[in-house]
Design a protein around this ligand. Structure first.
Ligand SMILES: *[C@@H]1O[C@H](CO)[C@@H](O)[C@H](O)[C@H]1NC(C)=O
Ligand SMILES: *[C@@H]1O[C@H](CO)[C@@H](O)[C@H](O)[C@H]1NC(C)=O
Ligand SMILES: *[C@@H]1O[C@H](CO)[C@@H](O)[C@H](O)[C@H]1NC(C)=O
Ligand SMILES: *[C@@H]1O[C@H](CO)[C@@H](O)[C@H](O)[C@H]1NC(C)=O
Length: 239
């Protein structure tokens, strides 16, 4: 816990989505366990560091685990509290003082203590390239987070657009030199599309994953119209 507080103190930015009256989850700490129902807020973190920093003795641990020592390392943390089963687009603004390649270039999404769910490290940026568009699935069982994983769609959304480079046949990336704070004109802020799957604590099925998977080709983008002009138009092709 102390380690998490240190991380929170050390972070340069904190994005917290609005909590509302329907929220019955009293756990606001990403390194604690909780069980949630549809409509609750759910707090999780995204830690930025190097790929190897998320491993201890060749095992990937949760960033909450003190053995990783992330609080003393060159890590950054973003906290989010989306509503369970609501499709959300989270953003991490990289145009001002946070650029992920300065912090190891990989990110891990995580929550929980005993269950300590964490995603695999996802490549975000190095000095040459930055990936700005991600889909994160949060999988619950009876309201308890079981798994976090990055869903990948390949490079079809950027195929044929020379602004993008397709990395490892998996991620559409910008050249960092085209980003605003690196001398270019593209807002290279990171967008994380969230989806929920599994069941809540009342055994109610979480459906937003189903919706994302099915609506992705149509017009979910309208939900984020306030971001339309600021997020890279990569999302235009997605929704
Ligand atoms: C590292 O992992 C090996 C194999 O799982 C285990 O035998 C060893 O005790 C671990 N070392 C530490 C310091 O945790
Ligand atoms: C950046 O990442 C890409 C994709 O993994 C890799 O091809 C490239 O060599 C890396 N560049 C640097 C400077 O590390
Ligand atoms: C990031 O912040 C800059 C400066 O405040 C702003 O102009 C831009 O629209 C923001 N981008 C996103 C995606 O929120
Ligand atoms: C390529 O992507 C950039 C950045 O998202 C966008 O501004 C541009 O319109 C796209 N070009 C084409 C030909 O789709």
């Amino acid at each position: 816990m102390a380690m998490m507080e240190m991380m929170v103190m050390a972070m340069m930015f904190l994005t917290m989505l609005v909590v509302d009256a329907g929220d019955t989850n009293t756990v606001y700490q990403p390194c604690m366990d909780t069980t949630v129902r549809t409509g609750d807020g759910f707090t999780f973190g995204v830690a930025f560091d190097s790929y190897t920093s998320f491993f201890y003795n060749q095992t990937q641990l949760s960033p909450c685990d003190q053995r990783l020592g992330l609080s003393s390392a060159n890590s950054q943390l973003a906290l989010f509290r989306p509503k369970v089963d609501e499709i959300s687009l989270l953003t991490i603004n990289t145009t001002t003082n946070f650029f992920p390649s300065n912090y190891g270039g990989y990110m891990v999404a995580f929550a929980g203590q005993k269950y300590a769910a964490r995603s695999l490290p996802a490549f975000v940026a190095n000095s040459t390239y930055i990936v700005t568009s991600f889909t994160l699935v949060l999988e619950f069982s009876q309201g308890q987070l079981q798994n976090l994983y990055w869903k990948r769609y390949g490079c079809s959304s950027c195929a044929g657009n020379s602004t993008f480079v397709c990395l490892n046949q998996q991620d559409c990336a910008f050249k960092t030199s085209s980003c605003i704070n690196q001398g270019g004109s593209v807002d290279c802020s990171i967008g994380i599309q969230l989806a929920f799957s599994g069941t809540d604590k009342n055994y109610v099925a979480l459906n937003s994953w189903y919706e994302v998977a099915n609506l992705r080709q149509y017009s979910l983008y309208g939900l984020y119209s306030n971001l339309k002009n600021s997020l890279s138009s990569q999302f235009n092709g997605l929704f």
